[in-house]
Every structure is written in structure tokens, then in C-alpha cells.
Design a protein around this ligand. Structure first.
Ligand code: ADP
Ligand code: MG
Length: 451
């Protein structure tokens, strides 16, 4: 029995929309309908799985309506060639995010067009990482290998890496650039082992010119993946190929990462993305607002709104961005300007969850700044009063302002015993009772930290 897949496909276009159709339906080839099963060829397992999960019933219904007896759909994956071409694939221009942006299609990872250098706001906390990324994107002689970027969640690691990939694919189309997450690296490795394609795997990874592996902490503790990663890494470094790595912490601090890997990582340039500061957040909000205005139309934003958001949402740029997007969506929906009331209404969940959550490290930094001593002295063994007193104050504030236990605080103060922390806390309580200057200092520090 035959069906007109073209006709059904057209029908689906109307149902799922142009860009979904382009990403998911168009790549399918209808092979046959036999014994109640409609068989399709999908270009990758990923596409097949996606279609099965999201469009199975819709497709089935349409085929049935066209007079065919089918009970299920089946997808076979054609072996797509994996070598050749730029591995970091650009999404097609008419489906801006491509098949599942940020996810892997057989060839490589689809880059998100938003994550370019143009869209990256530079400020003090990220200027070094940005400069290093720019340097790598010039594709000049390799000066540091690898470039190791680290920092907390949502501070722009993936953004910078993809920006490098964009820039390189644009300026040096002759280079093979491969960007992927460490998780994907492992997934491909395991898949290659299972399918006995390990030689292909090795060939692909060793023939790229630039390898970028995001969130490398993921492979910590995964022995054979680490092993393979180590060999890939060495092979590329030996050929003088550029490697860029990101992680959520410094190489030496990743638990269960083999020492030989972490020491190789430190051979290049290790730069961290610091937590954002107020100015950077304000800059990012302004830039994103201009960007959102393109999709939501222009929206009036009340005075002080950006300042308020930059002030209150300090944890993570992704959250900041999400908050602004929500305000734009809401405001354009009801056709009103963004007011402080709207912010409180719309963002109550975000504002609640980002309420002052001070870390011991922040306290130490602020206190050290305030008393003009070095952070290393605060954590170190010196016992002179000019150092010991601020240290005790930091201990006291850590006890008061965080939910850390005394032993946990002790660990963060250069591995001190919990009794030392308790002593520090008591000391400050004692002095407070008689020293108004100390009280003022404490109040000031507390205010600074709460903001
Ligand atoms: P990470 O990989 O470090 O967790 P991402 O790179 O995914 O963080 O960034 C999270 C979000 O914040 C992304 O949407 C990214 O575009 C945005 N972002 C982070 N830093 C900046 C920046 N300096 N300028 C513009 N956008 C940023
Ligand atoms: Mg990331």
C-alpha cells in the first residue's frame, strides 16, 4: 500500500508550523508501510527519537486518515558521514535554533546564534576571560594550550566558548572546529565502544583543529572516558592544535579528576569568570532589553527598574535574563509599561529565591577589603591583632549570616578547627557589648553583604 508522504508532510507543516517542520519532518524519508508499520529514515537517532516523542500520534493519525492501516511508526537511522565539514554546525538561517539548539546532531553541536562576541557584555569580572577567548578566536599561533575557563553557573562560560566557535567558523572556514559538552564527549565515546567504532571516534577527535569541551567536570570519576579524553588531549596538543576547556571550578579543585589530567590543564592559561558585579549586571540588562525589544516590540521600562533588578538578582546571568524576558512578555501582553508593581508581581518567585544568600567567601572578601588586609592573610596563620580581629569578625558574620556549621566555616578559614571558630564568634560578641566602633563596622558590613 502506498501513501503520499508529500501530502501528509504538507498537512503536518500546517499543524506543527514552518520551523518545526523544517527541523523535524522534512529530514524524514518515508521508506515503506508494511504490516501495519510505517518505516521512516531519520538522519540521526536524535531526530528519530524526537519525532517519535513529539509527533508520533499526529503522524499516525494523518497516515490513517489517508486510508492506510498503520499501528505504529518505526525510525531507522541512516549512517551519516561524520568526518569532513566544519564540525560545529551552524543552524539553517530559516530555523534560527536549528534542531534543538545546543544539542548534538550527528555532526557536532548546533551553535546558538545568540552566543556571539557581539552579544557578550564585558565588565571587570569577565574581562580577562573575554580577552583570552578573543585571542583564541583569532586563530593565530597557539600561545596557550589549553585555554581553561572556569566559573560558577550562568557566568558566561558556554557563551564565550560558542562565541569562539562562531568567530572561527566565520573567519577560518578551513579549520575544523569541534565544540561539545563533556557529557556529549562521553556519550559519543560510549556509543563508539558499543558500536565498535572506536577507531572512527579517535580519528574524528584527533583530526580537528580546535577542540572545545564544555563542563569538563562532568567526566570526573568516569575512568575510561577520562582516559580517552587524556589521550585525545595529548594527541592534539602534540600537533599544536588549540584546545579550550570549561569547568565549574579550577582544574585542581575538580574532585575525582585524575591528577595527570588536571596538571595538563594547568599547563595553558587558566582564567576564571568572577561573579558578576552590579555594573556588569546593569550593562547586561540594557543589552538584553535592546535585544528583547526586537522580538516583543518596544516596551516602556519605568525608572529604576534595571537598577532594582541588577541589585536584587545577583546570582546568575541566566536568571537575570529570564526575569527580564518575563517582564517583556508580560508587558507586551497587557500593553503596559514595566512598573515596580509589575516586577514584584511577576518576579516574586525569582526575587524570593535570590534573597540574600551570602557565602562565607563573600564575607571574607568584604571584611578583608573593609579592614584593608589581604584575603590570604585572613585565611592564613598570622596572629597579629590587625589580622586576627578582622578574621574573627568574618567568622562571626559567617556564623550569623550563613547556614554553615562551625566545622564547615572552619574548613573555609584555611582548615581551622570548629573550636577556633567558636572562640572567634564569642570574642566578637564580647567586644561588641562594649565597643561601639565595632558595632558600626558590623552594621556596615552586614548592609554591604545584604545587598
Ligand atoms: P555558563 O556556561 O557559565 O553556565 P552561559 O554561558 O550559559 O553560562 O550563560 C548563561 C546566560 O547568560 C546565557 O544566556 C548567556 O548569554 C548570558 N550571559 C552570561 N554572561 C553574559 C555576558 N557577559 N553578556 C551577555 N550575556 C551573558
Ligand atoms: Mg555552560
Amino acid at each position: 500500500m502506498t501513501i503520499s508522504w508529500a501530502g501528509i508532510s504538507d498537512e503536518l507543516r500546517r499543524e506543527v508550523g514552518e520551523s518545526n517542520h523544517k527541523s523535524w519532518i522534512e529530514p524524514l524519508e518515508c521508506l515503506a508501510i508494511e504490516e501495519g508499520v510505517a518505516r521512516f529514515r531519520a538522519p540521526s537517532r536524535f531526530v528519530g527519537d524526537w519525532v517519535k516523542r513529539n509527533y508520533h500520534d499526529q503522524i499516525l493519525t494523518l497516515i490513517r486518515n489517508s486510508g492506510n492501516h498503520v499501528t505504529r511508526l518505526d525510525f531507522v537511522v541512516s549512517a551519516a558521514p561524520v568526518s569532513g565539514g566544519t564540525l560545529a554546525t551552524r543552524p539553517k538561517s530559516d530555523s534560527p535554533r536549528g534542531p534543538a539548539a545546543g544539542d548534538d546532531v550527528l555532526q557536532g553541536t548546533v551553535l546558538d546564534p545568540k552566543l556571539s562576541f557581539d552579544n557578550f557584555v564585558v565588565g571587570k569580572p569577565n574581562e580577562l576571560a573575554h580577552a583570552a577567548a578573543r585571542r583564541v578566536a583569532e586563530a593565530g599561533p597557539v600561545t596557550f594550550n589549553p585555554l581553561f575557563l572556569y566559573g560558577g553557573v550562568g557566568l558566561g562560560k558556554t557563551h564565550l566558548m560558542q562565541a569562539i566557535a562562531w568567530e572561527l567558523t566565520e573567519k577560518r572556514p578551513d579549520l575544523q572546529v569541534l565544540y561539545l559538552s563533556a557529557e556529549k564527549f562521553m556519550y559519543r565515546f560510549v556509543q563508539a565502544l558499543r558500536d565498535r567504532e572506536i577507531m572512527d571516534f579517535k580519528n574524528i577527535f584527533r583530526s580537528v583543529d580546535v577542540l572545545m569541551v564544555d563542563d569538563v567536570q562532568f567526566i570526573a570519576g568516569k575512568e575510561s572516558t577520562q582516559e580517552e579524553f587524556f589521550h585525545t588531549f595529548n594527541a592534539l596538543v602534540d600537533q599544536n592544535k588549540q584546545i579550550v576547556i570549561s569547568a565549574d571550578r579550577a582544574p585542581g579543585e575538580i574532585k575525582d579528576l585524575e591528577a595527570r589530567i588536571s596538571s595538563r590543564m594547568q599547563c595553558g592559561l587558566v582564567v576564571d569568570l568572577h561573579p558578576t558585579n552590579y555594573e556588569l549586571r546593569l550593562g547586561i540588562l540594557q543589552r538584553k532589553a535592546a535585544h528583547f525589544a526586537q522580538s516583543y516590540g518596544s516596551v516602556t521600562i519605568g525608572d529604576g527598574i534595571f537598577e532594582f533588578l541588577a541589585h536584587r538578582i545577583s546570582n546568575n546571568v541566566r536568571v537575570l535574563e529570564g526575569a527580564l524576558q518575563r517582564l517583556f512578555a508580560f508587558s507586551s501582553l497587557i500593553g503596559q509599561e514595566i512598573t515596580m508593581d509589575m516586577v514584584q508581581d511577576c518576579l516574586s518567585d525569582i526575587l524570593r529565591s535570590s534573597e540574600r544568600r551570602v557565602t562565607v567567601e563573600e564575607i571574607q572578601r568584604k571584611v578583608a577589603d573593609h579592614f584593608n588586609i589581604r584575603l590570604s592573610d585572613m585565611l592564613g596563620p598570622k596572629r597579629t591583632r590587625t589580622i586576627a580581629r578582622p578574621r574573627q569578625i568574618a567568622m562571626y558574620l559567617s556564623k550569623e549570616m550563613t547556614s554553615r556549621s562551625l566545622p564547615e566555616i572552619g574548613r573555609r578559614f584555611g582548615g581551622r578547627d570548629h573550636t577556633t571558630i567558636l572562640h572567634g564568634v564569642r570574642k566578637v560578641e564580647e567586644i561588641r557589648a562594649v565597643d561601639s566602633q565595632l558595632n558600626e563596622d558590623l552594621e556596615l558590613l552586614r548592609r554591604l553583604l545584604e545587598n
